[in-house]
Design a protein around this ligand. Structure first.
Ligand code: ATP
Ligand code: MG
Length: 307
């Protein structure tokens, strides 16, 4: 016999998913009750895919916000002249505000350009202004043009902010801005949209990553693939998911980000989906994805225990 919940006749078994969802919503709303491991070393993660509109910025800001909600310190570098990451984090990026452009020119430090996001005191963003649109061309004649971001992100420069995670949101191109991001990071996170042309152009991105690894940054690796905008109603989404998992194996997060209206509405309010609708499926999935990323990177405690 199925147990009944007192009062309303609903079998207990039917309450389980609702109770799970409620528990997870509570976690988003009361993140202090949770803890995610602090990484043994600062993790610098470049979010890249030269294909436009695949969820680079959405993944950057929501993963960053999820980690920050758990008390980890996160710095987002907006390296796209569109300034979408700055918008989603509610950080001013118009007019004369100090920005990543000034940092690449070597005129100011990352610390001077970083603004705290109104969504968490642990979340910082170096905004991109429209000036950055010229940087792709201006960088060509600069000294050490591929490593200007790396130079700006030295231990010393980051000392005061001391972020546990740095996420770099790339523009949809493989130009010098993306190369700077690949040279400055140890990890690449590639968002892949669950749709027909998803894998097209990925070979080119992987080739570029190999080239950078061979010549400019030997420690670079593709650490994470995130499947985005999954629509369970289509067979195609499952086929793409399968193809990506067959090709990339364990690098692909088991959490898949669903296509969700809330996720797409949030930036319009200058918010991440975690702030805009913490209990939504989109918020939950980014929270789960962030947990996987944090666990995949190990913890400072584990490292100390092993020493
Ligand atoms: P670009 O190449 O222009 O920088 P991008 O790769 O950064 O684009 P996003 O800006 O993150 O991609 O997403 C593209 C569009 O899809 C945006 O309008 C965003 O709100 C929407 N979007 C992203 N993820 C989801 C999702 N899970 N559900 C619904 N809409 C989404
Ligand atoms: Mg973007």
């Amino acid at each position: 016999m199925t147990e009944q919940k007192p009062g309303d006749g609903t079998p207990f078994s039917d309450w389980t998913p609702i109770a799970d969802a409620a528990a997870r919503a509570t976690q988003v709303l009361h993140p202090q009750e949770l803890s995610l491991p602090k990484p043994p070393h600062r993790r610098v993660i470049t979010v890249a895919n030269q294909k436009g509109g695949v969820g680079k910025t959405t993944s950057t800001v929501n993963l960053a916000a999820a980690l920050a909600l758990h008390g980890l310190k996160v710095l987002v570098i907006d390296l796209d002249p569109q300034g979408n990451a700055s918008t989603a984090l509610g950080v001013e990026h118009r007019g004369e505000v100090p920005s990543i452009y000034d940092v690449l020119l070597g005129e100011i430090s990352v610390k001077e350009a970083a603004a705290v996001s109104d969504q968490s005191p642990n979340l910082w963003c170096v905004p991109a202004t429209i000036d950055l649109a010229g940087a792709e061309v201006e960088l060509v004649t600069m000294v050490a043009r591929e490593s200007r971001l790396k130079t700006a992100l030295t231990e010393e420069a980051l000392d005061e902010l001391s972020p546990d995670y740095v996420f770099i949101d790339c523009p949809p191109s493989l130009g010098l801005l993306t190369v700077n991001a690949l040279v400055a990071a140890e990890e690449v996170l590639i968002p892949i949209q669950c749709e027909y042309y998803a894998l097209e152009g990925l070979g080119q991105l992987l080739n570029n990553i190999e080239l950078v690894r061979g010549h400019l940054n030997t420690s670079l690796e593709v650490s994470t693939i995130v499947l985005t905008m999954y629509d369970g109603r289509t067979k195609l989404a499952d086929q793409v998911t399968k193809d990506v998992r067959d090709y990339f194996g364990d690098t692909v997060l088991s959490t898949v980000i669903p296509r969700s209206v809330k996720v797409s509405e949030a930036p319009g309010y200058g918010q991440t989906v975690l702030a805009y609708d913490p209990g939504s499926r989109g918020a939950m999935s980014y929270l789960d994805a962030a947990k996987e990323i944090a666990v995949q990177g190990g913890s400072a405690d584990e490292q100390e225990a092993g020493e």
